[in-house]
Design a protein around this ligand. Sequence first.
Ligand SMILES: [Zn+2]
Length: 426
Amino acid sequence: MVTQPTQVQGLRTRNRRAILAAIRNLGQTARVDIARDTGISAATVTSITADLVEEGLVEETMDPAAARGGGRGRPRVLLRIRPDAFLIGGAKISTDHITIMLTDYAGAEVLHHVCPLPIGPGLTAEKVAGHLETATASALERLGRKPEELASIGVGLPGFVDASTGIVHWSACFPDRGINFHKLLARGFGCPVYLDNDANVVALAEKWFGFGRGVDDFLVVTIEHGVGLGVVIGGQIFRGARGIGTEFGHTKVEFDGALCRCGQRGCLEAYVADYALAREAAFALDRDLALPVTPQEELDALFAAAKAGDEVADSIFRRAGRIFAMGLANLANIFDPGLIIFSGEQMRFDYLYSPEVLDQMRRLSVASGRTPPKMRVHKWGDRIWARGAAALAMEGLNEQAHDGGPAVAAGAAGPERAAVEDQASL
Ligand SMILES: [Zn+2]
């Protein structure tokens, strides 16, 4: 059989991707271990890693164990990601601040930088893009690096984000709907920009650096200002056919129920997210509504009251927990996951993953007699979101390196590609 050049190229691209991922996962590793881990032949591993070393993405190092042991024969040569190959940026846009993380190519944090976002009715998507550009420039300046030294930047934000076209259909961060946010960002950066839903970037952070390392299929549930879900299937983020799938926070738990920030009623996050609980806290705590209190202060007070034994406050958290358990059981029934990771800042509110909630979730899941999914809680703090965004930028950069083509960020080619496909279907 004659193999077409394109097939050969495709296979080599897949092998490069797998080998680079294995070196990243295994840390310092020998060629023979890469071959064992990936199932790729030793000859191909040797050839591809030679390219990666030549391109400066991977470097050789001596096995420290062999050096210490002073054994006979040649010391083993190990491979590792070359940290200074690229400077990578990761940004998380929240409703009131921007978090930037600069990392090296091995994923180690180089700088963490937080800038407030001026909240107000005039805050458009264009202005948010401008603030992100300024925040990134300040971060680079703190490090004494120039903007052109940034190899790529990943950006995560909450809402309905189509990673393939760069269109944000809805986000709590700005009032614009259906806007090509990627285009706005790409204008201000001289490097490729990658955009995704923030729960997806957390799933990437778990896959690259967290509990998802080496696990092919798992779910990440994020609880912050909203409730998010990242789905990893076969080692890849699953985004749905049109790029905005897995909106767990907006699955419905009550017909005509509580009003959600997305404009619809009865969404899970309208009962579980911090803004929903803060909304109830104002009445439960019987405080003077004329007093200016932030939703976070409201929520902290409610949490403290519940911990101190206040029955009404406690009932609000218990109800949120029951609804959350119902949502989790639905996820377990649909995906049959082996591992569910609870990740994010809001994890300090343990009522959402209390033994009672997890028990309830198991009771509501389809009984199969098998072991229930493993649950892990990851209290990363604020850094995880930006770190995941940096992983998104690195993944994008890897794809470019594999393709050997010019730097084209995901999203930039989206609308054009869609147009071509439309014509082809006529
Ligand atoms: Zn909603």
